[in-house]
Design a protein around this ligand. Structure first.
Ligand code: ZN
Length: 64
């Protein structure tokens, strides 16, 4: 038996950015290293999420 890691359907690990064209609302999907998934919609939210994700540090475990 080979144990396989969980896979989030349709969302590759890491960052996925969509809708950066002017006429569209940008959407970012982020699959963190802790497997927690976040989605940001709208230009301001996308910028904030990108900044957190690019830091390379999981912000979820530091909440305690
Ligand atoms: Zn995380």
């Amino acid at each position: 038996m080979i144990e396989q890691p969980p896979v989030v359907t349709g969302i590759p690990a890491g960052l996925t950015v969509r809708g950066l064209d002017r006429e569209q609302t940008p959407v970012v999907d982020w699959l963190c290293t802790c497997r927690l998934h976040e989605r940001a919609t709208g230009r301001a939210a996308v910028q904030q999420l990108l900044a957190r994700a690019r830091a390379g540090v999981c912000p979820h475990r530091a909440a305690a």
